[in-house]
Design a protein around this ligand. Structure first.
Ligand code: AMP
Length: 296
């Protein structure tokens, strides 16, 4: 689909159902999909820009997926800002916004649950780090990503390195299930103070936001220590987080881990090569994740 860059941004076509999307699909040519849960920020915009470079048309999906939230997580209070999201998509030249309802994505949804019987099992990759602390999370992610791929039929899908384990698990699903889509990832976008942009940052009070800066500080300290090997990386990052545990308000770490980027298994002491240093921590009631790629 072509669109003018000289005039004011045109509003993307909004598709609410798979059928609406199928009707549009032949006109879209080579299509890139950016899956999101909305509350779009600079990180999402960078994925859209990357998507533009790899396709004739760009679709953004906006769907807060109930299947990936645990019973005590923030599904109900997750920010929903559809009008602002649509405006952001218009500014970024998005062609189609796919914004289904829960009932569209999970036709058997009802008062007792969403009624999904068959799901995608992430295997061992779904049980470590995020998967350990959020049981069922990657099963929910892979199931909805699979549905989105089948409904949107993109040639390319773009994910953020901000959720590095998610990219790795999605890549593995595509490989293990022979899905006809190319997965691309784009670097993490940060605010000038280092905090990775996230839809959940709106939950943070000013004091919590200051404490939350310890995550990126820890990761950068770890990355600086990369020439000295895995133990030095974990020690440098751990020292920053150890101090942050005594900040006001404190930072409470779920995990800090140095992992193989493809499998997300922890690397051993003499590992050399590409790695990801990943952290998840609570600041007040908000759980944040972040990571940096590094070379050992
Ligand atoms: P979400 O809406 O949080 O599910 O995120 C949708 C996509 O945006 C995922 O592929 C995320 O990894 C990506 N994303 C979120 N935050 C950032 C960021 N700060 N930089 C780059 N990509 C991001």
């Amino acid at each position: 689909m072509t669109h003018s860059t000289a005039s004011a941004p045109s509003t993307p076509v909004v598709a609410r159902t798979g059928e609406e999307l199928q009707a549009l699909r032949p006109k879209l040519g080579r299509l890139a999909l950016v899956p999101t849960m909305g509350a779009l920020h600079a990180g999402h915009r960078s994925l859209i820009a990357a998507a533009r470079e790899h396709a004739e048309s760009v679709a953004v999906s906006i769907f807060v997926n109930p299947l990936q939230f645990g019973p005590n997580e923030d599904y109900d209070r997750y920010p929903r800002t559809f009008d602002a999201d649509l405006a952001a998509c218009a500014e970024e030249g998005v062609d189609v916004v796919f914004a289904p309802t829960v009932k569209d994505m999970y036709p058997d949804a009802g008062p007792d649950g969403i009624g999904q019987i068959v799901t995608v099992d992430p295997g061992s990759m779904g049980r470590v780090l995020e998967g350990e602390f959020r049981p069922g999370f990657f099963q929910g992610v892979l199931t909805v990503v699979n549905k989105l791929f089948n409904l949107v039929r993109p040639d390319v899908a773009v994910f953020g390195q901000k959720d590095a384990q998610q990219v790795a698990v999605v890549r593995r699903m595509v490989r293990d299930l022979c899905l006809p889509v190319t997965i691309l990832s784009a670097p993490t976008v940060r605010d000038p103070d280092g905090l990775a942009t996230s839809s959940r940052n709106v939950y943070l009070s000013p004091e919590e936001r200051t404490s939350a800066l310890a995550l990126s500080r820890a990761l950068f300290a770890g990355a600086d220590a990369a020439p000295s090997g895995p133990a030095a990386v974990l020690a440098a990052a751990g020292a920053v987080l150890g101090e942050a545990a005594h900040a006001t308000p404190p930072v409470s770490v779920d995990y800090l881990a140095l992992v193989d980027p493809a499998t997300f298994t922890e690397v051993d002491g003499d590992y050399r090569g590409e790695a990801v240093l990943a952290v998840a921590a609570w600041v007040g009631e908000t759980r944040l994740i972040d990571n940096v790629p590094l070379t050992l």
